[in-house]
Every structure is written in C-alpha cells, then in structure tokens.
Ligand binder design. Structure first.
Ligand code: BGC
Length: 404
C-alpha cells in the first residue's frame, strides 16, 4: 500500500468509517413495488388492518431504474431491497420465471449503478396461498416452504447479491402479529408466538446451511429491531432486570442462530425510558420527536452498536434507521447526529461496516398507511413524481466527505 492510500485509510478510520464502508438506503417490496395483491398484507389492508390500501405504492416495480438512479445520485454504494415471495411463487410450488427475470433486471440495474445489493428474503409478507392453506409462521410447514423459496432465489439470483438477509425483524412481527394482533395473522396467543418463533429460528438455520452449499461466500444473516432501553433509576436489581429483558428482546434470536450468521444486522429507531412508572416514554434529545412521536435520540444508536460488538464478534450493519418527518425539519440533523454517534461507536471499539437509511423515498407504512413520510425523497402518490427533500443533500454531503 502506498503512503498516500495508507494515510487515506488512517483518516477515514479516524473519522469512524472504514474504507469500503457501505453507504446505503433501504426499502421493502410490499412498501414500494405496488400491486402486490397476492399476499397476506393486501388481504389485511382490505380487512381494515391499515389506514390505506397499499395500491400502486411507489410503483417501484416499473420505476426502479429512476429510483435506483436517485440512490446513485445520493452517492450511495449500496441499496437494500426485498423480494416479494408472492410474486416469485404465486402458487404453491410454481415459480414465476417472469418475476425472477424482472428481479434480475432490477439487480443488474443496481450493479450497473455501482450499488451493492443487500437483499432481504422476507420483509413481512407471506403469499396468500400459504396463509390460506397452512396459516403462517406458527405452522411448521412454513419452514420448509420458506427454505425452498430461499434456495430457488439463491439458485436463480444468488450471483447478483452481495448481502443476504433471510428475515427482517422477526421480533416485531412476533410481537405485533402474535401477541398484540395488529399485524397479520392477527393472533393474541403466547402459544402461537412461541411456535412461530421456533419456526422462524429453524427456517433461518436450515436455509443458512443450504446457502453455504450453494454459495459459501455469500454473507448471510438476519436484521433485528433493536430498541434501546434506558433505566435511570437507582435500583441495581431493576437495572439488571431491565438489561436482561432488553437483551432478550434485542439479541436472543441472534444468539440462538449465532453459528449460522456472518454478520449482525440491526435496525434502530428509538430509545425508551423504562422504569416502574407507566407509560414508558421515549427519550428525546432537546425535546425533539418525529411525526409518529418517536423520540430523537442518537446516543441510543451508539449504545446498540457497541452492544452488538460486545455480544458477537462479527461485522455489524445498521440496515435501517430513519424517521417520519413530512416537513423535513429534523431529518438533516437526524442524519448528522446519528452518523456521528455511529462513528463514535466505531472509535470506541464497535465494528459497524454499513449504514442504510430508511428510506430512500416515502412509502407504504404498514398499519399506518401512507401518512408517515420516511423518505429522503418525497413521492407524490397521484402523479408518482419524486422530489428530493433538503435532507437528501445533507446525506449526500456526509457520504461525499467520508468517501473523499
Ligand atoms: C420496518 C420497516 C418500517 C420501518 C418504519 C421497520 O421496523 O422494517 O418496514 O417501514 O420500521 O416503521
């Protein structure tokens, strides 16, 4: 290595981001593609489970080239997207060559734009045929169906994928879909919760082994929703118990699959002040919060990144971090301070190698429908016009500075 590149490397390490750091944006199939009519969420929306119907969403299915270009214009070198199971396997055991070909085009377009492809296999939607015949994750048949779907994807598209995320936030779907009943399949049962969790754990591990046979070099893992819990009381016992509970919620899934993952993925949105008094409230730096009422608290991102390092000796990726901010009044500051917190975590021994902002553009926000605006780019859902918000430039500048 020459002196010049050496000092460049030292500089970026001092800044907290190693050379080759992944600067990305993220989204998921059902939230952006549009017309995913053949899955459980489409049905759930029609049953009143969401304020809106996902409908055409952002029409990413057709407009992917211009949206990928926006990510490239940002200066990103990576993009996280998910594949829609109900498109690839519209009927049990029948795989659509057309859908696979279309995804290949999207992946090739990303490659052409020099964006590494972080692909999620399951970002919350299940094909209708599966839920109608078998029920969903709480039924053991889902395990082998998922593994077969994953194998097919790796066989057909594996050469066009750089990072593979089998499951997005199992803890969120287990909580909202199996305990609170506000996500499909709408259950409120601890028994079904445990069965679904066991099946998800099993599905990831089985698929991981198959992937390692098909493409042993493909970094594979999951990404988990990590809530930072903050207990500021004096009781050492409570401090210990809250720490244990937080650890269980955030990391127990990944601990169980530990030998079968090549990285630690997590998504960070908020920090909750916990204690014996209810309701628990978000911590808010300078009293700031976003349109959904989630507190602005960058320090939490640092804590989670350091905790990831402490628990696992694996490279870490932040696969989601963002906020609902229709006026874009906070997003610029959010980016600056969260990325500064991440850099600080790395200086203190963390091993974060990539950051994916949620989201590139406004999209379908599940049960809330369309009103929360998470995009660096505003979408007019009537005309499908895209308009970068001022924070787009903020992220662009941060990326540019760290890459130069
Ligand atoms: C999910 C995304 C969602 C985001 C914002 C994450 O938990 O993975 O699909 O849009 O949070 O709520």
């Amino acid at each position: 290595m020459t002196k010049k590149t050496n000092s460049k490397k030292e500089e970026s390490e001092k800044a907290g981001f190693s050379a080759g750091f992944l600067w990305g944006v993220a989204h998921s199939s059902h939230q952006v593609e549009g017309n995913n009519r053949n899955n459980d969420w489409w049905r759930w929306e029609r049953q009143g489970g969401s304020k809106d119907s996902s409908g055409r969403a952002c029409d990413y299915w057709n407009l992917y080239a211009q949206d990928n270009q926006l990510a490239a214009d940002l200066g990103c070198n990576a993009l996280r997207l998910s594949l829609e199971w109900s498109r690839i396997e519209p009927k049990e055991g029948e795989f659509s060559a057309e859908a696979l070909e279309h995804y290949r085009k999207i992946l090739l377009d990303l490659k052409e734009k020099k964006l590494q492809r972080a692909v999620t296999l399951w970002h919350w939607t299940l094909p209708l045929w599966l839920v109608e015949k078998y029920g969903g994750w709480h039924q053991k048949e889902t395990v082998d169906l998922f593994v077969r779907f994953g194998e097919k994807v790796i066989e057909k598209l594996g050469s066009e994928i750089e990072f593979f995320i089998t499951l997005n936030e199992p803890n969120v779907v287990l909580g909202l879909g199996y305990l609170r009943g506000i996500f499909p399949p709408g259950k409120k049962s601890i028994f079904q919760f445990w069965r679904a969790r066991k099946n998800m754990l099993c599905a990831h591990q089985k698929l991981y082994d198959k992937i390692k046979k098909l493409r042993s070099d493909l970094p594979t893992g999951i990404t988990q929703y990590c809530a930072n819990w903050d207990y500021s009381g004096k009781s050492l016992l409570l401090k210990f118990l809250f720490q244990k509970a937080e650890d269980w919620y955030n990391w127990s899934f990944q601990k169980k699959i530990a030998p079968r993952q090549d990285f630690i993925g997590f998504n960070y949105y908020r920090t909750i002040g916990v204690g014996l008094r209810f309701p628990w409230k978000d911590l808010k730096k300078d009293g700031l919060s976003n349109d959904l009422g989630w507190g602005f608290y960058p320090e939490g991102l640092k804590k989670i990144a350091l905790r990831a390092r402490k628990n696992f000796s694996l490279p870490t990726y932040v696969f989601e971090n963002g906020l609902a901010d229709s006026q874009d009044r906070l997003r610029g500051r959010f980016l600056k301070e969260h990325l500064a917190a991440l850099a600080e975590a790395n200086r203190q021994g963390g091993d974060v190698r990539g950051y994916f902002h949620w989201s590139l553009m406004d999209n379908f926000e599940w049960a809330h429908g369309y009103w929360p605006k998470f995009g660096l780019v505003e979408v007019d859902f009537e005309t499908m016009e895209r308009r970068p918000r001022p924070s787009f430039q903020v992220y662009q500048t941060i990326i540019r500075k760290n890459q130069s």
